[in-house]
Design a protein around this ligand. Sequence first.
Ligand SMILES: [Zn+2]
Length: 119
Amino acid sequence: MLFLSILFYPIIVIMRDMLNGAKGIMIQLRLVNVMEEIVSGLVRFYLRSPEYQTFCHCEECEMKIIAKALNGLPSYYVTTENDRNKAFDKLKSSSYIEKINKEIVHAIHVAGKRKNHSE
Ligand SMILES: [Zn+2]
């Protein structure tokens, strides 16, 4: 019995380490579209600004505007926090922000015109 437990011990340790390692990777690695994060944040910000007060602020319209804007923009997927930060820095540059803003403003005007629900 002692012999068996000595044999099994390394396997248990290896499996335990593998599981712990997998947990660590899952926390660190996840699939994120940085463009989606930026566009969602900007749309929410714009809809709450005085300039867009006349447009609907409900969740349904907000999501439609985000979806419409994202369909006109390239996706930007990352898997690590480090790459996410790098992507944010890249997308913050003036040429990208101009393109993103243009799509969002267009999406707000198109989606804001459609009233598919009553409030
Ligand atoms: Zn609405």
